[in-house]
Ligand binder design. Structure first.
Ligand code: 5CA
Length: 442
């Protein structure tokens, strides 16, 4: 709950010149972020609230899948990466640092080595498996071309999970669990993320899927069967099935990133094959013993034989998702937040702050919504009514309650749905009950 007069919401009236895509433009205009240097941003209050809501959904679904949260550092010692052999391979994207003792350190672009080090210290037996550890932590990659705001940042927030298993078969179960957790996670954010067979790049391994939301401004080229568009299969999946059938049904319909797509080996009729652009919001990998073997992360099997751990890693671009959701949900007036990630539940607009009739009605609604457990934002500022309406549309809260003197005289306020644009007049009491019910239904 917040009164705008006590808040920090530096809304921009003009379109910032540096922004080439809608989400970047809208995040700057809605006062969500401020650039610090190329690809590095401060998160202002409104942006931080959304980031944290996304983080919570990701955390809940990771926990539901059985993964366990830890927190690894942002700064890692070079030695770990020398052990795995990636220190030289990773190239210019890695930010290398020296401490005062001239020890080589780095700002982590990912954490396979760090987590393998933790597990090799503590895991001795197959009995400790399966294990999946995750954290939600800032990463740094010195991208050649940071762009599109938080979409391709240099510093960005990632959820990265790491699974440890005794065999390839067991690791596949871990992979499938995460696959299903990803479908749930993205659908809770109102997104249709299509799982696509993908290349593994510097993470390595031979099995990988990217989770892609379609957007013309996306940086990934993708090829997929047109049925992905016709069905609601991504958002309507039934979660209580066995994992294996769920994943099988998702991987049987053709969907590949452009690096993986091979026209010679694609059996989809060309009339059914779509080539679009999309945003990669998640990426999962199985890479077997690529890290455990060189780093000596070994446990004993039931027969007492030493076995390097079979590993997978599973990333979600938490900060990228803020931009991705906006790309998927906005109009010419601004952002349209899905309720699950909206920074506030309801915006109350006092069209005439300081007016003897609108002030008490706004207070009544503000209190009533807070008492019902909702998180309202009350615009009690002295801006013009036109500016208030435009700002509320811009910041995209799913519901607005508009309180003006003329309506108050008639005993009503206006309740507007930002998504449909529909507005209804009703009493203040009715507005509170109706909005509380909407929130309960989520
Ligand atoms: N260790 C693996 C999995 S944990 C890994 O790092 N995978 S990744 O490279 O694909 O990154 C995981 C996710 O982070 C990507 O799917 C993407 O959503 C996000 N991401 C990657 N690079 C950036 C970037 N420069 N800016 C914002 N998000 C990024």
């Amino acid at each position: 709950m917040m009164r705008l007069s006590n808040y920090f919401l530096p809304v921009l009236k003009e379109n910032p010149k540096e922004a080439q895509i809608a989400s970047h433009r809208l995040m700057l205009r809605a006062g969500m972020i401020q650039q610090s240097s190329a690809g590095i941003y401060s998160w202002l209050p409104l942006g931080l609230k959304v980031l944290e809501k996304i983080e919570s959904i990701v955390r809940e679904e990771q926990n539901n899948s059985g993964a366990i949260e830890i927190k690894m550092p942002t700064i890692q010692p070079a030695e770990l990466w020398q052990e795995s052999g990636r220190y030289d391979d990773y190239g210019l994207e890695m930010l290398r640092i020296q401490d005062r003792h001239e020890r080589d350190m780095l700002y982590g672009p990912t954490n396979e080595e760090q987590v393998t080090d933790i597990c090799r210290s503590h895991l001795r037996s197959y009995k400790s498996l399966p294990l999946n550890l995750y954290h939600i932590q800032w990463k740094f990659r010195d991208e050649v071309r940071p762009r599109f705001g938080v979409m391709r940042g240099r510093e960005f927030l990632m959820k990265d999970a790491y699974s440890f298993d005794i065999s390839q078969d067991a690791a596949r179960i871990a992979y499938n669990k995460m696959f299903v957790a990803y479908l749930k996670t993205f659908s809770r954010m109102g997104l249709t993320a299509i799982p696509m067979e993908a290349d593994t790049g510097p993470i390595g391994g031979d099995m990988s899927h990217e989770f892609i939301i379609l957007a013309d401004t996306g940086e990934s080229g993708v090829y997929f069967h047109k049925d992905w568009l016709d069905t609601n299969m991504v958002t309507d999946i039934s979660y209580d099935q066995d994992l294996q059938p769920v994943v099988d049904s998702f991987t049987s319909l053709y969907a590949k990133t452009d690096e993986k797509h091979d026209p010679a080996n694609c059996d989809v009729d060309s009339a059914d094959l779509l080539n679009r652009r999309g945003i990669e919001v998640g990426h999962i990998f199985y890479f077997g013993t690529k890290y455990s073997e060189p780093m000596g992360a070994v446990v004993n099997t039931a027969e007492g034989a030493p076995q390097p751990l079979h590993m997978g890693s599973y990333g979600i671009g938490v900060s990228r998702l803020v931009g991705g959701i906006i790309e998927a949900s906005h109009d010419e007036r601004g952002i349209i937040w899905p309720a699950s990630v909206s920074p506030f539940d309801v915006g109350i607009i006092n069209l005439k702050s300081g007016h003897e009739k609108t002030d008490p009605v706004c207070e009544q609604i503000y209190q009533g919504l807070c008492d019902a457990g909702l998180d309202p934002l009350l615009d009690d500022s002295s801006d013009s009514s036109g500016a208030k309406l435009a700002s509320m549309d811009l910041i995209g809260l799913p519901w607005q309650v508009i309180v003006g003197p003329r309506n108050v005289d008639n005993g009503v306020v206006e309740v507007k749905n930002r998504h449909t644009g529909e507005a209804q007049e009703m009493s203040a009491d009715k507005a509170i009950t109706m909005l509380a019910e909407q929130a309960g239904a989520r």
